[in-house]
Design a protein around this ligand. Structure first.
Ligand SMILES: *Cc1c(COP(=O)(O)O)cnc(C)c1O
Length: 407
């Protein structure tokens, strides 16, 4: 076996499709978000405006978040020093879990090292706990949920995205007494559409299923205290397991579930992805808790965030750009071609200091490649104007160049 060329061929195939990923080397500047320093390949450093951060509200630089992290480091040092079971549970972890349980109005919450692990570990473990489980998974669920469903090694049914009639068909066809879990998301982060929470809850009641909701792109951002879409729509008590991240709107890192005490205790006791890994550093737990608590009382930030997103959509549409319909703070602009998408993104960065990552397959279906803009309350009108001017400058030229490159 020629291992070397196997790896090189794998990359060549990715490159041939125009979806080879190059990471931008960035340093944010605390207090200046969304401005960051970008280090070019030849070592120069330039200021750029970040338009694709999932730190949706700029919480990663908020003084109370940063200060509580520093204080925790000064208090207890850097790492947790062990798994949660083996000396890694600090009082910071305990307090953060209380804070999250309160946010979602559940008995308990359980921290994971990321939202990805929270999904993967929890869904996989449900398969162990519930013999004969059938998992009903929305076809556009995040990769971490897909891996969790696979790991559950149970029967699965994939329902067409947001199609509750299809979900009901599948539920009705399943054995009545089989345990069932319906796994879906509230905000789908690439299109910015919202799952049919209430209809899914109704079906779960009718067919005796548990509901598992990924609120990763909604926590901190929706609902009066930032618990997500389920809070906004008054449905929190009808969702059995809510999953969230501390790495996006909360601006730090980590993931969690919030649920009934018996569910959380079982996952805590049985999920390898929780048990066999070092606990989050106490400073991360401290920063995340400060952020969660701050946002419980900062509804004005959520309002500003919505205003910014709506206003950017209006401005881009008025300028003639194909903004994809979105019910949320996510502003996807359709390009429809991976080479062109990357070209536009490169030119915006090189020529205008505007950083927006191209979103290509497999993150989105082929033919729907896009720029995914996430304006925060800190993106000003002047930045909006700058963005539109930059797009006006590069869009046509990029199309011509991408056409030439494709031959
Ligand atoms: C980002 C993301 C996750 C993973 O969360 P992390 O904390 O970044 O690991 C889970 N679900 C969805 C829908 C996501 O977009």
């Amino acid at each position: 076996m020629d291992y070397q060329s196997a790896f090189q061929d794998a990359v060549r195939r990715v490159k041939a499709e125009g979806r080879y990923r190059v990471f931008a080397d960035l340093l944010r500047r605390k207090g200046d978000f969304p401005v960051a320093r970008w280090r070019t390949e030849d070592g120069k450093v330039r200021d750029v405006t970040v338009w694709c951060s999932n730190d949706y509200l700029g919480m990663g630089q908020l003084p109370c978040v940063v200060e509580s992290m520093k204080k925790a480091i000064d208090d207890v040092g850097s790492g947790a020093g062990g798994t949660r079971n083996i000396s890694g549970t600090t009082h910071y972890h305990v307090e953060l879990e209380r804070s999250l349980a309160d946010l979602h109005q559940k008995d308990s919450a359980l921290l994971f090292t990321s939202g990805y692990i929270a999904n993967e570990a929890t869904l996989a473990t449900l398969g162990k706990i519930l013999p004969g489980l059938i998992m009903f998974s929305d076809e556009l669920n995040h990769a971490s949920m897909i891996e969790g469903v696979k790991g559950a090694r149970c029967e699965k049914r994939i329902w067409r995205h947001n199609d509750v009639a299809h979900l009901e068909e599948l539920l009705a066809a399943a054995p009545k007494d089989a345990p069932k879990v319906i796994a879906f998301e509230s905000v789908y982060s690439m299109d910015g559409d919202i799952g049919p929470l209430e209809a899914v809850c109704d079906l779960a009641d009718k067919y005796g299923a548990l509901t598992y909701l990924d609120e990763v792109h909604a926590v901190g951002l929706y609902g009066l205290r930032g618990a997500g879409i389920a809070e906004r729509d008054g449905l929190m008590d009808r969702i059995d397991i809510i999953e969230g991240t501390l790495g996006k709107a909360f601006g730090v890192m980590g993931g969690y579930i919030a649920a009934d005490g018996a569910i959380v205790d079982a996952i805590r006791s049985l999920a390898p992805g929780f048990i066999f890994t070092t606990a989050l550093p106490p400073a991360l737990a401290a920063g995340a808790r400060a952020s969660v608590e701050y946002l419980k009382a900062a509804h004005h930030l959520r309002e500003q965030h919505q205003e910014r997103a709506a206003s950017l959509k209006t401005q881009l549409l008025a300028a003639g750009y194909p903004v994809m319909p979105s019910d949320t703070h996510i502003v996807p602009v359709k390009v429809g071609d991976p080479v062109l998408c990357k070209r536009i993104s490169d030119m915006l960065l090189d020529e205008h200091g505007i950083y927006v990552q191209p979103i290509n397959y497999p993150t989105v279906p082929r033919g729907t490649e896009r720029l995914r803009l996430t304006p925060s309350p800190l993106h000003t009108d002047a930045m909006f104007d700058q963005l539109v001017e930059a797009l006006d400058d590069v869009w046509e030229r990029a199309s011509e160049q991408a056409g030439v490159a494709r031959g």
